[in-house]
Design a protein around this ligand. Structure first.
Ligand code: ZN
Length: 462
């Protein structure tokens, strides 16, 4: 009998003069086999006979973006967004892994059954890899450990009305025990299971409500005043107390208020396992320039003033804010109350998944940052938060070959025709952005090129 012949999968080599690796930006040839990066070699090492070469010359190759804050809304509110449309937009925008939020879908991902329904809805529809957050809501403490065993990456909770009735919010008394359950839980590989906190509490919001009752709901200033920074400050104090008491890995999502950054810094100095993210819209837009009636800009917490934006940039540079995630949270256009421009009536959520990388690069470049910084904020650290370190978020041996070919000098104006989200309503319409995704590779296969999905449904559920 003949011995079995080992057949090695063909080698694919992708090379550039500017490859962003953990060591910096340098010429390199990335050797890919079976969807994985086998090694990162010298630029002129393009493998032996039979290996296929993609040479992108001077364009940048960076790791695919890992976006840990996306509302896919399917099943149940698929008319708002869905796996197929959002993951197409992600592929076009250079995002190769996204992690779905547990709310706005029906059922929400707050039980093992709800998680099974969510995975069932996602299966076969995804153009990029998708992971899932679960939710901590009143009464579901008994579900948490089982959901981790089933594969959720961590949990999100609200300290204030989430906007949807089926995803309740928790107070300090109910959140503490839930964090006690999460504190010892680990993913395969040892990453701690994080609790993600929507950090606004109701007290300061209720306190200003009466004074705004007669204010014009079309004015952005009215909406901004209705979500004061004190709501974020007090929420971070609460999250810090519980983090200290339980030892649970804690992460503040979509941080906006500059006045609360000192509390985040103090928690770091104290050595607590507490981190925070901010979003492209807080790093790009400023309240002074949001027109009255422009409800696509409504989100919670709100986009604040220019000085606030600069403080967020300083905190990102310092590391007090660790990462950037899109918080893509779209809805049907009618729910944005566009014709009346009513900020009170409109659904709160910014749609911007596909544009996140270019938005952040536009602002980062203007402040002297490099793509090494952007990769740290949008690839490495989000991958670590969701427990994907070693597989996602870096160009290094053993990682999935999730790569983005990026032209950092290209300028583009956002037009609705190029948007792949289910709906084209976005506050970024008409914005002039720097940097363009030329191609996106998922596990070594090109899935999007020049704004078009070229290979669909190759995404896996993580
Ligand atoms: Zn969100």
């Amino acid at each position: 009998m003949q011995p079995p012949i080992a057949i090695l999968a063909p080698m694919r080599v992708i090379r550039s003069r500017h490859v962003v690796t953990p060591a910096g930006i340098a010429p390199a040839a990335i050797h890919v086999r079976d969807g994985e990066i086998e090694r990162v070699a010298a630029w002129d090492d393009v493998g032996g006979a039979g290996s296929e070469l993609d040479d992108v010359d001077d364009l940048v190759i960076m790791p695919g973006v890992v976006d840990t804050h996306v509302h896919l809304n399917e099943p149940g509110r698929t008319e708002w967004e869905g796996f197929s449309t959002a993951t197409s937009a992600a592929a076009v925008g250079g995002i190769t892994t996204l992690v779905d939020m547990p709310l706005n879908s029906i059922p929400p991902t707050t039980s093992r059954e709800g998680f099974a329904a969510k995975r069932g809805a996602a299966r076969g529809q995804c153009s990029v890899d998708v992971g899932f957050w679960g939710g901590v809501v009143p009464g579901n403490a008994g579900e948490l450990a089982g959901m981790v065993a089933d594969g959720v990456r961590g949990f999100k909770c609200f300290l204030v009305d989430s906007g949807v009735a089926e995803f309740g919010w928790v107070d300090e008394d109910s959140l503490g025990p839930a964090m006690g359950i999460l504190a010892p839980l680990r993913h395969v590989g040892g990453t701690r299971v994080p609790l993600l906190v929507h950090a606004e509490v109701i007290g300061p919001i209720d306190a200003v409500a009466a004074s705004l009752r007669d204010a014009n709901p079309r004015r952005y200033a009215t909406y901004l005043a209705s979500r004061p920074p004190e709501a974020e400050e007090q929420a971070i104090e609460l999250a810090t107390r519980l983090c200290r008491a339980t030892g649970a890995r804690t992460h503040i999502v979509h941080h906006s208020a500059a006045s609360a950054l000192g509390r985040l810094r103090d928690a770091r100095i104290e050595g607590l396992p507490l981190s925070a993210e901010t979003c492209p819209h807080y790093l790009h837009f400023v309240a002074e320039r949001i027109p009255d009636g422009a409800t696509p800009f409504k989100c919670a917490p709100p986009i604040r003033d220019a000085a606030n934006r600069e403080a967020l940039w300083a905190a990102l540079a310092e590391g007090v804010l660790e990462l950037v995630a899109s918080d893509h949270s779209p809805c049907s256009p009618n729910l944005k109350a566009l014709e009346h421009g009513d900020f009170v009536a409109a659904w709160g959520g910014v749609s911007g998944l596909q544009l996140a990388l270019s938005v952040v690069w536009t602002e980062a470049h203007a402040r002297g940052h490099t793509l090494v910084d952007v990769v740290r904020w949008m690839c490495e650290r989000p991958a670590a938060l969701a427990g994907f370190t070693g597989k996602k978020g870096a160009i290094a041996a053993g990682h999935d070959a999730d790569l983005v070919v990026f032209d950092p000098a290209a300028l583009q104006t956002v037009t609705p025709e190029g948007i792949h989200h289910r709906h084209r309503v976005t506050p970024y319409a008409g914005e002039r952005l720097r940097g363009k995704v030329i191609a996106t590779y998922l596990r070594g296969t090109c899935v999007a090129r020049d704004g078009v999905v070229v290979a669909g449904q190759l995404g896996e559920l993580l």
